[in-house]
Design a protein around this ligand. Structure first.
Ligand SMILES: [Zn+2]
Length: 83
């Protein structure tokens, strides 16, 4: 069964539905990725949307996700040591 019927890619809705799969490069066949890329080139609103999401993901990656949990863990550890 093909969930990603190629004709759906032509519509903006289909693109935005699979935006996260596209950005994460997951669960999409190379041909599907190609179809999305082609749509983004021909459709500025979708291109802008994807660029926005991409920048958001980049910023999330740049901020250190380990810092908070690490600090929290050592704090919990010190609390346990005290108890
Ligand atoms: Zn579009």
């Amino acid at each position: 069964m093909n969930m990603f019927d190629p004709k759906h890619w032509r519509g903006c809705e289909g693109i935005l539905d699979h935006l996260h799969e596209f950005l994460n490069q997951r669960e999409l066949a190379p041909a599907d990725v190609e179809d999305i890329r082609r749509h983004l080139k021909e459709c500025p609103p979708c291109g802008d949307r994807v660029q926005f999401e991409e920048r958001l993901l980049e910023r999330l990656k740049e901020s250190d996700p380990c810092q908070c949990p690490e600090r929290l863990r050592s704090r919990i550890k010190s609390l346990l040591d005290l108890g």
